[in-house]
Each structure stands twice: as structure tokens, then as C-alpha cells.
Ligand binder design. Structure first.
Ligand code: PDD
Length: 282
């Protein structure tokens, strides 16, 4: 598999990252994930914008010589993914320097690593829905930055996995914020509720597309966090992320949601999303 590493396209096993890399030592970096639909990326411009925003927020400068359009198209070509589903992963760290919390001076070149991997959508989850658990949100308040520091997310997802569930929903101050690797939505009396953009969530590209598609379908959307103690009143629950698009939730903490089956609003949005994602330049 060919990967991008600091300006070169290499076989993955030829990449060597310094043990002094601040990504390795401090998780001092950011990342992006995009889905390739065989002939186009969904939301390329939005992902690029979010990457640049994450970088600016953590004060890492994107090397001007690297063009995201070129990196993505070269990796798709070199890995012969032109007609397949794939995931693109890119991570940028502050670079390698002697361990010191303060930014290195003189400034160093960031480490940029990107891969494309053939991807098979999880059709069982998409069709039948998933089980989730809820957990206290113990993360920092800059979840809007797509940081590679994902320890709380990993621990949450591991707990979910050990409970036989596929996602963990975080609760902060009695309100559902987001999932360990997804945004979360609740449908109540025909209205879709999702946490507003803030430091408490990542502004998901899939979330934002889902909100616009709801509006096109005249499904009312309220950007308000759902109150955890009102869970019994939720008629449907679903999650969104780049790899899964829209995935129904059919149980939470062992209790069935929407009778243990994907809900009607969820299904309608999911089908609309699937059609939208196939449109090139979406
Ligand atoms: N994760 N919230 C969190 C904490 C996430 O990690 C993700 C995505 C999302 C959804 O964002 P988007 O719709 O832009 O994918 C929300 C990616 C896919 C990952 O870490 O693999």
C-alpha cells in the first residue's frame, strides 16, 4: 500500500516516524477522515476547511507545498481505488523535536501522513441498527478540534464493545453531546434534536449534511442537546459519521429504542443521504 509521508509517496513499511515526533510523545496533532465513493469524495471542501481550522486552532502550519487535492488523487491512483469505496485518513503533527511542552524554536516542519484504504460499509449496522451505551463525558472542552488525542473516545468505545454495543454516547451536565466517533440525533414527535456546534462536540461533516437534508425534507431540526433524563420520550435515535453515514440506534443501555427497529424518520433520512452521497461534487 502506498502512503503519503512528508511530501513523498512510499510503501507503508518504508515510513519511519521519529520517536521524538510530538504526535507520538504528546498526541500534538490533528486529523481528518473522508470517504471516497469510487469516483468522488463526499464533502471534500468541508473536510478541507475543518482540517485548516483544526490546524489554526492548535497553531500548526500546513506546509504550503502540499496540496490536499493532489495528495488524495495520487493516493487513490497509486492504490487503484478509482472504482471502489475507500477511506482517506490524514494526520498532521507539530513535528519532531526534543521533548519540551513549549513549541519548538526555531519552528519545525510538521509531520504529514496520509493513507487511503479500501472500505466495505458495515451494511448490518446501516440496515438493522446498532446498540449503544451512555457514559459521562470526561473529555476536554475543545472537542471541536479534530485532535489525535482520543484516549477518552477509545476508552468509551472499548466499554461499549465490552458491553456488546457499537457506540458510546457521552453525557455532559445531563445532556447528550456526541458519540465516541459520531454525532448523535434524537427524534421526538417528528422533530430531530442534535447538540449545537460548540466546544462540546466535533462539527461533523455528516452531521451538517444530515441537517441540510432534513430541512430539504421539511423535517424540523432543533440544534439543542437532548436531555438524558428524557430518553424515554425519544421515538428514534441515530448517529452520523463519515464511514457509516446515518446509522439507526435500536437499543440504549440495554433498553430497546423505537421498538428495537430503525425508526421511520431515520430510514427516510438515511435513504436520502445515500442518494445524496452518490452525487459527485456533493
Ligand atoms: N470520527 N464526533 C466525533 C468525536 C468523531 O470522531 C467523529 C468522526 C464525528 C463525526 O464527524 P464526521 O461526520 O465529520 O465524520 C463526530 C471519524 C470518522 C473517525 O475518527 O474515524
Amino acid at each position: 500500500m502506498k502512503v503519503f509521508f512528508n511530501g513523498d509517496y512510499l510503501e507503508k513499511d518504508q515510513v519511519s516516524v521519529s520517536p521524538d515526533d510530538r504526535g507520538f510523545v504528546f498526541a500534538d496533532g490533528v486529523y481528518e477522515v473522508m470517504r471516497w465513493y469510487g469516483d468522488h469524495f463526499l464533502g471534500f471542501a468541508a473536510h478541507q476547511k475543518r482540517l485548516l481550522r483544526s490546524l489554526a486552532e492548535v497553531r500548526i502550519e500546513w506546509p504550503a507545498a502540499y496540496k490536499l487535492e493532489v495528495i488524495t488523487s495520487e493516493l487513490i491512483r497509486l492504490n487503484q481505488l478509482q472504482k471502489q469505496d475507500a477511506l482517506f485518513y490524514l494526520q498532521v503533527t507539530r513535528g519532531a523535536a526534543k521533548r519540551n511542552h513549549v513549541f519548538p524554536l526555531p519552528s519545525i516542519i510538521p509531520t504529514v501522513y496520509a493513507t487511503t484504504t479500501a472500505f466495505i460499509p458495515n451494511s448490518a449496522a446501516v440496515e438493522a441498527g446498532i446498540a449503544v451505551i451512555s457514559l459521562p463525558d470526561e473529555r476536554w472542552l475543545r472537542c471541536d478540534i479534530k485532535s489525535i488525542a482520543l484516549l477518552p473516545n477509545i476508552l468509551a468505545k472499548q466499554k461499549a464493545s465490552e458491553a456488546g454495543a457499537q457506540e458510546a454516547f457521552f453525557i455532559r451536565n445531563g445532556i447528550f453531546t456526541e458519540g465516541s466517533h459520531s454525532n448523535v440525533f434524537f427524534v421526538m414527535n417528528g422533530v430531530v434534536y442534535t447538540h449545537p456546534e460548540s466546544g462540546a462536540i466535533l462539527s461533523g461533516i455528516t452531521r451538517n449534511i444530515a441537517i441540510s437534508l432534513c430541512r430539504e425534507l421539511s423535517i424540523p431540526v432543533v440544534e439543542e442537546g437532548f436531555i438524558a433524563s428524557s430518553l424515554d420520550m425519544a421515538d428514534e435515535i441515530f448517529i452520523s459519521n463519515t464511514s457509516g453515514e446515518i446509522i439507526p440506534v435500536v437499543s440504549m443501555d440495554g433498553q430497546p429504542v423505537s421498538g428495537g427497529k430503525p425508526g421511520i424518520v431515520t430510514k427516510r433520512l438515511q435513504e436520502t443521504f445515500q442518494r445524496y452521497a452518490l452525487i459527485a461534487n456533493a
